[in-house]
Design a protein. Structure first.
Length: 195
């Protein structure tokens, strides 16, 4: 079973995450940051990962610690759930259109974290949410899940649409990369024999 349960507690946040990589996209995410919860719901639904996130963070300061630390916790849980990566497709890419926004993601569940982020969110806020935190989430996710992650905005004028397209494009790419390859179900997808 490719599942993980993780808790992470610091002076800034108290987080619990439950993931099932072989789910159907059932989600229950409550971080206290409405727009972020909406994005996590998209991530779970479109990756077909069952995901439950709870976070009590220092929102009286701002949303930064909550968003970044949830990215860390989800990344660590994902790495734990995927284990030795035996049988996975490893690579995933998706070109996702959402109204005015067109976002491309390509990723490699390689064990080598790296983020390339070519996304320009034209407004500093979506409601009360700081748009710069979208990148912070994906930086934390990439680093702690061990994913090489490239996200490129090809078109877009609406910050909400661009951010949501980014989450959905990453989700669809994860879905492809995490799928078990029936021709290689017992093999590590690398000539090195380890990832």
């Amino acid at each position: 079973m490719r599942r993980a349960t993780l808790t992470r507690t610091t002076a800034e946040t108290d987080i619990s995450v439950e993931l099932n990589l072989d789910g159907t996209g059932i989600y229950d995410n409550q971080t206290g940051v409405g727009f972020f919860d909406h994005m996590l719901d998209q991530l779970a639904r479109h990756a077909l990962i069952d995901m439950t996130v709870r976070c009590n963070g220092d929102l009286h300061i701002d949303d930064h610690h909550t968003v970044e630390d949830v990215g860390i916790a989800i990344g660590q849980a994902l790495a734990s759930a995927v284990g030795d990566k035996k049988g996975i497709q490893r690579y995933g890419s998706f070109l996702l259109a959402m109204d005015d926004a067109l976002v491309r993601c390509a990723l490699d569940i390689s064990g080598r974290p790296f983020l390339v982020w070519n996304v320009d969110l034209p407004t500093p806020k979506i409601g009360t949410f700081d748009t710069e935190l979208v990148r912070e989430f994906f930086q934390a996710l990439s680093t702690h899940a061990g994913i090489t992650l490239h996200v490129d905005m090809l078109h877009g004028i609406n910050s909400h649409h661009i951010a949501e397209a980014a989450f959905k494009s990453v989700a669809r790419s994860l879905r492809l990369a995490l799928e078990v390859d029936p021709r290689m179900a017992d093999a590590i997808p690398s000539t090195k024999g380890a990832l």
